[in-house]
Each structure stands twice: as C-alpha cells, then as structure tokens.
Design a protein around this ligand. Structure first.
Ligand code: TRP
Length: 336
C-alpha cells in the first residue's frame, strides 16, 4: 500500500478563530506527527481572489494564518508548508485542467449556484451579477492544488466536499484522455472534530461575526467570553450542558476528567458568570504559550516569510518535475 498523502488548504481571508483551531489546526498538527502519512498545508491566497478581498486583508490574513500554524508547533521540517502563489506550477496546472473540465460541472458547483440563487431572489436581471470567473472556476484551481501533490486524502468541511469530488472527476477525465497521470483524491469529513458555536450560539464563523480570535489578547479574550450567550437560569438552578455554548467550548479544550467535573458543577447550578470566568481562564492558560510565540512571529514577519520560502522550495521540487511530465503528456513540449 502506498502511504496516504493529506492536503489541507486554508483560504487567506480571515483571522484564525478558536473554531478553526479546534476544527482544523489542532487536528491538522496532531495528524502531521504520524510518520505513516505525508502532509501538505498551504495558504490558498489565489483562492482568496474569488472573494474580491482587499489586498491588505489578504497579506494580513496570510501572516496571521501562517504564524498561527507555526506558533502551535507545526513541524515544518516534516510537513510541506507553503503559500499557493509561490508555486507557479499550480496556476499552470489550473489552466491545463481547465481544458479537461466540463462547463456543466462548474455550473453545478454549490458556491456558484448559491450566488446565482441570491441574484434571482433579489430580483436581479442578470443571474450572474458579480460572479467573477475566479468564483466560477474556483473548483479547478482547487483541483490543481490537490492533484499537483498526488493527494489521496483531503480533510475538508462539508461545504468543500463537492470540490474534492470535482477534482476527482477532472482527474478521471484527464487520465482517461491522456493516460494514467493523477492520483484520485478522496474527501475526508471530520465526523468527530468539534464544530464550535460562536458568541451568539450559531456556528462560529467569520461571516456571522460571532468568532473568538484564537490569539486575541487577554483583555479581549475575557471580554468576548463574557459576551457568550447563555439562558436566564439563576445561580443555584441546575443547568443543562447539552444546550450550552460555554460548555461546548470548554469541552473542546479540556480533558475528560475536567469535563466531568464541570458537568457536576452544571448539575449543582454553577452561575453563568462563574462559568464564564472558568472558561476564560482555561482557554487563556491553554493558549498563552502559543500566543507569546504568535506575537513574536507577527512582529517579525520575515521569520514567517523565510519559512514559507523554504516550504516553497520543497514543494516545487515535487511540482516542477510532475508538471513537466504533465506538459509532455498533453503535447506541450519542445520540438525536435
Ligand atoms: N476552498 C477551501 C476552503 O475555502 C480552501 C482550499 C483551497 C483547499 N484549495 C484547497 C482545501 C485544496 C483543500 C484542498 O476552505
């Protein structure tokens, strides 16, 4: 059996929050320690263009995401850690794959369909209003990310599963047409990774504006934890853990024994104010060492940049010869 190759892309549009940490960063770093597998983690900065992000926001987000993974201990010697735009072979492969992608396949992408739907619902004459080709072709760029490094497993959230399946379809069509070239990837949906709720009790997400930034400073972290929505039960009244954002977040950080102790305190009627204090202290203690390192990296971006450059060299050692093979297969070659 060949060993599994895991690949994870992170779009550079936001500031990492504790939901990203629990759902993607922490399991990603833990998985990268498994010597039986190979891991690729990259900053999908070309993907961020599909959302028309502000340039300064993209740079800042790139720095924050890269510094977060580094501060939390990603082993960049073992794993491949790079920025998509440092690998010119990726956009080149994107165009090659565009030739093997049915337009109808892209018409069916959920993200594109959602934009069209929104236009139709708001009575726009043009259903494609504000849809760029970057948004429309987004799955092809993602296919290039995945296929370039012969990924077998792609851990993604449910919203991205279809894109991995499209990468597989595109690879199959290419292989059929030009001969066996690409490895077929599979999406991996983290069934047991926690999805954290945000301040208002909905899923924690940048777009809901309900997120707690992973490395918020102590003062801000306290303020945000104090804002987490609770019900109106009084101190002393028994409380239900199954319907408590405070409890869910605590559980995502604490050990089983600690969780059991808190369950007991819920049953005894712990006051919400006190539970907020417990949660704040817990997260703060847990995050503090990494936060200190994060702050050091953020204030010296050259360290982060050097790491990304090292990662790009490593990644290109794989990408360049593979792309040469692909170009040859499709008849883009030197004459004579
Ligand atoms: N589209 C993914 C997201 O928004 C990010 C991404 C880009 C990605 N390329 C990828 C994820 C390749 C997995 C594999 O979350």
């Amino acid at each position: 059996m060949t060993q599994d190759v895991y690949l994870t892309g992170i779009t550079t549009t936001g500031t990492p929050h504790i939901g990203n940490y629990v759902g993607a960063i922490r399991p990603g770093i833990a998985a990268s320690k498994d010597p039986a597998t190979e891991h690729f983690y990259f900053l999908a900065d070309y993907h961020s263009l599909a959302k028309n992000e502000d340039p300064d926001r993209i740079v800042q987000s790139t720095l924050e995401i890269a510094a977060s993974w580094m501060a939390l201990g990603l082993d960049t010697e073992r794993a491949y850690f790079y920025r998509q735009s440092d690998i010119p072979e990726i956009p080149e492969l994107t165009w090659i794959l565009t030739g093997m992608t049915a337009k109808g396949l892209m018409n069916r992408a959920h993200s594109y369909k959602a934009s069209v739907q929104a236009n139709v619902e708001s009575g726009n004459k043009d259903p494609d209003k504000a849809v760029t080709m970057a948004l429309y072709s987004y799955p092809i760029l993602m296919a290039a990310d995945i296929l370039m490094f012969k990924s077998t497993k792609v851990p993604v959230g449910r919203d991205q599963k279809q894109h991995v399946e499209m990468a597989r379809d595109i690879a199959q069509r290419f292989n059929h047409h030009y001969g066996e070239t690409f490895v077929l990837p599979e999406p991996v949906i983290g069934e047991n990774t926690a999805v954290l709720k945000g301040l208002d009790g909905r899923k924690m997400s940048k777009s809901y504006n309900n997120a707690i930034p992973l490395f918020a400073d102590e003062k801000r972290l306290r303020k945000l934890v104090m804002k987490i929505k609770t019900n109106s039960l009084e101190p002393g009244e028994p409380k239900d853990t199954s319907d408590s954002t405070l409890f869910d977040i605590y559980k995502a950080f604490a050990t089983d024994d600690e969780v059991a102790a808190i369950e007991k305190r819920y049953a005894e009627g712990i006051a919400w104010g006190e539970m907020k204090q417990v949660l704040f202290e817990y997260i703060n203690d847990h995050i503090k060492p990494a936060r200190d390192e994060y702050e050091r990296l953020i204030s010296d971006a050259a360290i982060v940049e050097a790491e990304l450059q090292k990662g790009a060299v490593k990644a290109r050692e794989l990408a360049a010869p593979f792309l040469a093979q692909i170009r040859d297969a499709i008849g883009i070659r030197k004459l004579g």
